[in-house]
Design a protein around this ligand. Structure first.
Ligand SMILES: [Zn+2]
Ligand SMILES: [Zn+2]
Length: 182
């Protein structure tokens, strides 16, 4: 059933057992590379998405985890750094405006909960997981908060030591004054 295989995270709400269900899958390389900003790249292995799905009255709760071995190029010094992504998320699918109660054992931290309205008889976990990957990655990743970057003049990585260039950098206003004296 190729059609089923193509959407492994589409779940029929009716078919979720009372005790909940678990899905886990290695995602194709194209899936993760389509989500990564220009600073990031896939290092090794395939990204893995795991999710536990529970019915809660008219609602459905999905608790998931996305893992991937990524790397990034520091936005300041261009050094390559590993970025082991391991991101957990909770999501609630609600029908209309009913929210229902959360089942036992579900994290009720409102900060961690995101809502989606159910349309039709199925829910799809894949777009959720994709969105969580995007949210989990910083836009300007740095090798360290204190990264000094590279010298604009000589290109030296200033984390490895300073260069001599600052000696030559003259405030243009002083430069004008010097020319006048001459
Ligand atoms: Zn850096
Ligand atoms: Zn320099």
């Amino acid at each position: 059933m190729a059609g089923k295989e193509a959407k492994p995270f589409v779940v029929s709400i009716e078919e979720i057992p009372d005790g909940g269900m678990e899905l886990a899958r290695d995602m194709p390389e194209e899936w993760i590379s389509g989500l990564l900003g220009p600073q990031f790249f896939r290092k090794e292995g395939l990204p893995r998405v795991e999710v536990r799905i529970l019915r809660a009255g008219p609602s459905v709760v999905a608790q998931g985890r996305v893992r991937a071995s990524l790397g990034f190029i520091c936005a300041r010094c261009a050094e390559e750094m590993p970025f082991p992504l391991d991101h957990s998320f909770s999501h609630v699918f609600v029908r209309g405006h009913e929210t229902g109660g959360l089942p036992d054992g579900v994290d009720e931290d409102p900060e961690a909960l995101e809502f989606t309205f159910i349309e039709g008889a199925t829910i799809d976990i894949e777009p959720l997981a994709a969105e969580e990957v995007v949210l989990a990655l910083p836009q300007f990743p740095l090798c360290s908060e204190s990264c000094k970057g590279v010298c604009q003049h000589c290109g030296r990585n200033l984390n490895e030591g300073s260069c001599e260039c600052h000696v030559d950098v003259v405030d243009p206003r002083w430069e004008k004054l010097r020319q006048i004296k001459l």
